[in-house]
Design a protein around this ligand. Structure first.
Ligand SMILES: *Cc1c(COP(=O)(O)O)cnc(C)c1O
Length: 363
């Protein structure tokens, strides 16, 4: 079996065509079993006793995330997702230094969290496609450094890959703290890029790493952690979901992160080639962009939300309609997004293209 076939065989068959990993990937049997087993242990042993017994497995999960992000395991904590992680981090940020620089394509909910914590934002320089221009960014950071750079290397509304390693180098040179939203990046691109002493990265379980919903991680370097205020008192946690995520990360490491990344890049390029000819839609990303997210902009008035609904209802194809609220400073009209995982075949993509032609023509 090929690596992609192994990935597919490790989970239940999809009821249709699942092209929505940027929203929520399909979990493996092993990840689901770990969560279910823990729920059983809670009933048998008591929830708090079961949590103590699960501690080594959770430590292994944190160590696996640390390996993927180039952080130390002691600096990794679980959250309930990416937004929760950013909220936690910014709530602890020193009150005196709340200016940040981010991209015009920044994720809308992140902008709201930044504003809620009193951050003033300025924009990093980009080219006409929304891609960060590194040398200009280096010059502006050196001339007038913000208190932190917040970078989302792969966004929700577009499969463009931002130069994370380059930004990490620039922030290191300029001595500017770097915070990375790796919700779409972890599992898709290399996130172990060094970075400054003041470095934090956060992500979600359910996207490219294919863990359960309702879990995320926040990793903070000790130098930065030492400057932060205390966090809010912790609430109850879903240990079963954290265990499922830990198994999913271990499976990702076992499959080989570089192998997964290469296959996702291949699936992305294949998607864009197959979709280039669909009438009424324009592929937004360059064909070879190393990401499995492909977005389609309507050119003759199709409504992505309505098309997404009909693809699901009539063809059992799961996609996302991304509205402008995902990137309110960049996106000017909604797009249709597909985000196939490693097991997606050329035949799957051809079937999607055919369904899209039918749905578009019928409207
Ligand atoms: C999905 C997403 C988030 C939010 O993740 P949650 O786990 O739902 O909070 C943040 N940033 C980006 C780029 C995303 O795609």
């Amino acid at each position: 079996m090929s690596f992609a076939e192994v990935w597919r065989a490790a989970r239940p068959p999809a009821a249709g065509l699942h092209l929505d990993s940027a929203a929520c990937s399909r979990q493996s049997h092993a990840a689901m079993d770990a969560a279910a087993r823990h729920a059983r242990h809670e009933a048998e042993l008591g929830g708090y006793v079961a949590a103590e017994a699960a501690a080594p497995a959770l430590d292994a999960g944190r160590a696996a995330v640390a390996a993927l992000t180039g952080m130390s395991a002691a600096g990794v904590e679980f959250s309930t997702g990416s937004r929760h992680a950013l909220d936690l981090l910014l709530s602890r940020w020193p009150a005196a230094g709340r200016t940040l620089a981010c991209l015009p394509g920044e994720y809308g909910p992140n902008l709201a969290i930044m504003a809620a914590h009193g951050f003033t934002r300025r924009m990093l320089p980009v080219d006409g496609t929304g891609r960060l221009v590194l040398d200009e960014a280096a010059a502006t950071l050196a001339a007038d450094p913000p208190d932190l750079v917040h970078l989302t290397p792969v966004s929700s509304h577009r499969g463009l890959v931002q130069p994370l390693a380059g930004m990490a180098r620039i922030c290191t040179d300029a001595g500017v703290p770097l915070v990375v939203d790796a919700a779409q990046a972890l599992g898709q691109i290399d996130c172990a890029v060094g970075g400054p002493a003041d470095y934090a990265v956060y992500s979600s379980s359910r996207k490219w790493l294919a863990g359960p919903r309702g879990v995320g991680v926040l990793a903070i370097r000790p130098e930065l952690a030492a400057r932060l205020g205390p966090g809010p008192p912790g609430g109850d946690v879903n240990v079963a979901a954290q265990l499922g995520f830990s198994v999913a990360v271990a499976e990702h490491l076992a499959a080989g992160p570089a192998t997964v990344r290469a296959r996702l890049a291949e699936v992305g390029a294949l998607s864009r080639r197959v979709l280039a000819e669909v009438p009424g839609w324009q592929v937004v990303e360059p064909v070879e962009e190393p990401s499995a997210i492909t977005t389609l902009a309507p050119v003759t008035g199709a409504d992505p939300a309505a098309v997404r609904s009909e693809l699901l209802a009539q063809h059992r194809i799961v996609t996302t309609a991304a509205g402008v609220e995902r990137a309110p400073l960049e996106l000017t009209s909604p797009v249709l997004r597909i985000s196939p995982h490693v097991d997606t075949t050329e035949a799957d993509l051809a079937a999607f293209a055919q369904a899209l032609v039918a749905v578009t023509a019928a409207r």
